[in-house]
Design a protein around this ligand. Sequence first.
Ligand code: PGA
Length: 252
Amino acid sequence: MAKKTVAGNWKMHGSASWVAQHIEALLEADLPVDAIDVIVAPTYVHLPSVLDRVGGNALKVAAQDARAEADGAFTGDVSAAMLADIGVTDVILGHSERRHGLGESNALVGEKVAATLAAGLRPIICVGETQAEREVGNASEVVLAQLEAAVAGIEAEAINGCLVAYEPVWAIGTGLTASPEQAQEMHQVLRERLRDWVGDNAASVPLLYGGSVKGENAAGLFAKADIDGALVGGASLKVDEFAAICRAAADA
Ligand code: PGA
């Protein structure tokens, strides 16, 4: 079984003082870091202060994106190698806000996944269909194409160093959570595809659900066989909500 994981994607939120106070509150919240993996993903500018504060604590720190090239003339970008160098452990890749907002292609996400693994970090590969794609019955096709392109450049065994987050675009930041059944259905599709590649090892790849996860709906999602945790946006900005989601994961 995959280890339960709860990752907080802080997106482009927070001032230096808010971040300092938020990380302090999370460290004091007695999160169940022995039972599950807990990850926080601040902006690039806030990574150093969060890493400093987290120190030897079991809390993991992720970036929200990484450029595939290790260095070079890429104004404004940050490489996976640079993130590894400062102590980041995980990188969110292919988030729908980058795929749809910034035009990131499936192929580009694949390059980033390979570079992130090569830098020794764990990619959190985001996949998910839009409302329109779901309505015409293409949800599984879209999500599997995203997954396949994301892992196209890596050895099959390397999938065991990745997490996959199913985040239906229609559920992100909208308050419209996928029902546990809808989420489980897609997680099962993803797990089966992983099983085709790596056999029984597929069971240990954490499959996270993301899209309006809160304290009140987390337990229902985590009760499903193939939902190994959550990628949390809005609710990760509230200590009580985030702690409740972490506890639900630890109790599942
Ligand atoms: P949300 O965001 O929890 O605010 O819906 C999830 C995400 O985008 O990762």
